[in-house]
Structure formats: C-alpha cells, structure tokens
Design a protein around this ligand. Structure first.
Ligand SMILES: [Zn+2]
Length: 246
C-alpha cells in the first residue's frame, strides 16, 4: 500500500491525493487542471505523489470511457515525461512496469482511433513518455502549435521555424512572423528514408494512423534550415534538442 502521508505534492503532504484521484475518476475533464496543479505543476515538474499516482491512473484508464480516457492518458503521460529514465532504479517506469504497460497499450490504441490532430500529438508524446524516450516526449508540441523557436548554431540569432498546414507555409524567419510581414526562408524537409530511427518511427506511425499533417511535420522537424542572418545550414531537430531545458 502506498503511504501517501510520506509523499509530497506541489502543496505539501500528499495525504489528500487518494481523494483527489477519486474525484478525477468521477470527472476527468473537470478535475484535470486541479490534479495537474498538485501532481505535475506547469506539466513540467512531477512530484513523488505524481509518480505514486501512476498505478491508480492506469486503473482509472482501464475502466474509463473513450471520451474520458484521453484526459487520464494525458495526465499520466505528463507525469511520466517528468520521471527519470528507465536507467534510474527509482524511476516509476521501473517501479510500476505493469501499470506503464497498460498506459502504453491504451495510448497506442487511442492513437489509432484519434481523428483530430491536436490530441494526436499530445497522445504521441504520452506514448513516448511511457517508453522512457527523453526530450521528444515533451518537444513534439511544435507539430501542434506549428512553430519552434531555435537559435542559430553559428551566429546565435533567435529564429522561428514555422511548420504550417501546407508546404508553402513551412519556413524560417528571424522576427515574430505573427506580428508583421517578414522575409521567409525555405525549409528543407527530410526525405522519409533519411529520417533517424525515432523520426522514422514517428513518421511511419503518423502515416499509418492517417495523420498526414503530423507525418509531413515530422519531415520538416527532422529536416534542415538555413539561418536567415548568416546562411549557416543546420538540422532543425538538433537545434530543438540544443535549446531543450529539462
Ligand atoms: Zn546565423
């Protein structure tokens, strides 16, 4: 049995967390924000009570309706993405392998069923987090928002890599493109056969799931760009990784 009084959440003692999880089970969408505020504030800091909640979240997910399931998977995915990797013996990925396997399988199934692009990317990140994939379990968001902010590896200028809805809408620029007309520099998407192992898997999966927009975005994200200021070519994904703050 979990000794919740020995654990902490964002507000202190985690004694109240089982009750909070009961309320989350009854109303996942309504209680989601409150649950995350306690167990995974800003969706980037997991606390011991968050890790300890994963087995219960797996139970809730197993019994949940398809409508509420995504909320449970996204909560568990956010917590797992903040966990230490499987090399750490204290990682929840190591401590609760059966629960993580259930969460992974349910996420895998939901990815095949999800029609909308927005939830799809979030669920894809959750899938990676249950596999212990670092960085990309929290860095695919730009495929949803359509924008990555990176800096030039040579001159350091800050720029936006925009991955829009079609090929004409994929470019990089140095100013905030939303604010005014800016000079747009073309991106060079990776060919599918050139993709790294992880990128290849994301691309193949998105195609298989009918997510053409996400598949195209993966080719741009793992493709190349050139700095608008100094002309230095670079890998977009490498600059995303370079700018990643754990
Ligand atoms: Zn530059």
């Amino acid at each position: 049995m979990t000794d919740w009084s020995a654990l902490t959440d964002a507000c202190g003692s985690a004694e109240h967390v089982p009750g909070l999880l009961d309320r989350f089970e009854a109303d996942p969408s309504g209680v989601w924000s409150e649950l995350m505020d306690h167990l995974c504030p800003q969706l980037d800091t997991a606390l011991t009570a968050g890790f300890a909640a994963l087995p219960r979240l797996a139970e809730i997910a197993t019994g949940g309706s398809p409508k509420t399931l995504d909320w449970v998977l996204l909560a568990a995915g956010a917590i797992a993405s903040c966990a230490p990797g499987p090399a750490d013996p204290d990682s929840p990925l190591v401590l609760f392998p059966a629960s993580i396997a259930v969460l992974h399988e349910l996420t895998d199934r939901r990815l095949r069923e999800t029609a909308g692009g927005e939830d799809y990317v979030n669920l894809l990140q959750a899938l990676l987090s249950f596999e212990g994939v670092e960085i990309w379990d929290r860095s695919l968001d730009g495929l949803r928002t359509g924008e990555y902010e990176v800096d030039c590896p040579s001159c350091g200028v800050n720029m936006f890599v925009v991955i829009g809805q079609d090929d004409d809408d994929c470019f990089c620029c140095t100013d905030d493109c939303a604010l005014r007309e800016v000079q747009k520099f073309p991106l060079q998407p990776a060919r599918a056969q050139e993709l790294s192992a992880l990128a290849q898997r994301l691309f193949t999966r998105a195609v298989a799931d009918g997510q053409e927009g996400v598949a195209r975005g993966v080719r741009y994200l793992f493709g190349r760009a050139a700095c608008p200021d100094c002309g230095t070519g670079f890998s977009v994904a490498e600059r995303v990784v370079a700018g990643w703050i754990p």
